[in-house]
Design a protein around this ligand. Structure first.
Ligand SMILES: [Zn+2]
Length: 276
């Protein structure tokens, strides 16, 4: 059986404690071994990619194929979602590619960091070795980057998934003619490290700039302003906030209606009453 990463690091440290940095060959030999052992100790890339793809494809199926996305878009039809499918599908492909690259880069960086730390330490031990090495500290320092990686990779998948949900929603909102978005923060969720400024956005309604109702003079931005003046849900790392989208002026808070908007609403209501 191949040696574990920890065993290889232990052997490497023992060797340098004994001989010190006396040749570049020795250093290269051990750096290579540590790199290989590090790669072997991680979840294989293709397994990680599968997890990632499954997560993103699962979201796509649930929200788009099964149509669950309409829940956050009251007033939009399944037909609109179907019409947007090519665009949404492209977003899925794009997100899978971006996430894959992110994970790959992160891994390379962590492995590089690990071998660099080892090489940094090993090349500082005088030729002939040293008796005063605190090997535990050296080991801990070399292992640090690598042991945190699985945790970070899981977090990365969660974060990418949330960003994906957010961008699918935005495509539907913008192409479907949403006029505003109501912010939802997850600050009540136990253990969630919410951002204070995002908690303050909770339940506030942000107008979408340039929307049809603004252009017709039926509405105006409310005290919260426009959605493009703040970050998007999921844009900041590990943000789990979301919007529910508003498509009709009757669903806006009253302070976002103009006089013309109020009149238009009153007219519609009168018509409905007359029909009853
Ligand atoms: Zn947030």
């Amino acid at each position: 059986m191949a040696q574990s990463f920890f065993e290889v690091v232990t052997d490497a440290i023992r060797e340098f404690t004994e001989h010190g940095f006396d040749s570049v060959e020795r250093l290269t030999f051990w750096t290579d071994r540590i790199r290989r052992a590090a790669v072997d100790s991680l979840t294989p890339s293709h397994v990680l990619e599968e997890t990632l793809n499954k997560s993103l494809q699962g979201i796509y199926k649930q929200l788009i194929d099964d149509g669950q996305i309409v829940k956050a878009h009251v007033g939009i039809s399944r037909y609109t979602i179907d019409r947007l499918k090519p665009k949404l599908r492209t977003e899925l492909d794009r997100r899978m590619m971006v996430s894959r690259n992110l994970i790959k880069l992160n891994r390379e960086q962590m492995i590089e960091k690990t071998t660099q730390r080892f090489a940094g330490w090993a090349s500082s031990v005088p030729a002939g070795g040293s008796r005063v090495v605190e090997t535990k500290d050296v080991k801990d320092n070399i292992r640090k980057a690598l042991t945190s990686l699985p945790f970070e990779e899981r977090r990365c998948i969660i974060d990418q998934s949330h960003k994906f949900v957010s961008s699918l929603n935005e495509i539907v909102a913008v192409d479907g003619g949403a006029i505003a978005g109501k912010w939802h923060s997850q600050f009540r969720r136990r253990g969630y490290q919410y951002r204070v400024d995002h908690k303050e956005r909770d339940d506030k309604v942000y107008a979408i700039r340039g929307n049809w109702a603004l252009e017709k003079g039926l509405m105006k931005a409310g005290p919260a302003g426009y959605s493009d003046e703040i970050t998007k849900p999921g844009e900041e790392v590990f943000c789990s906030c979301s919007y529910s989208w508003i498509y009709n002026i009757r669903d806006l808070p009253p302070e976002m209606l103009t006089r013309k908007g109020e009149e238009a609403l009153a007219e519609v209501r009168a018509k409905i009453k007359a029909m009853q």
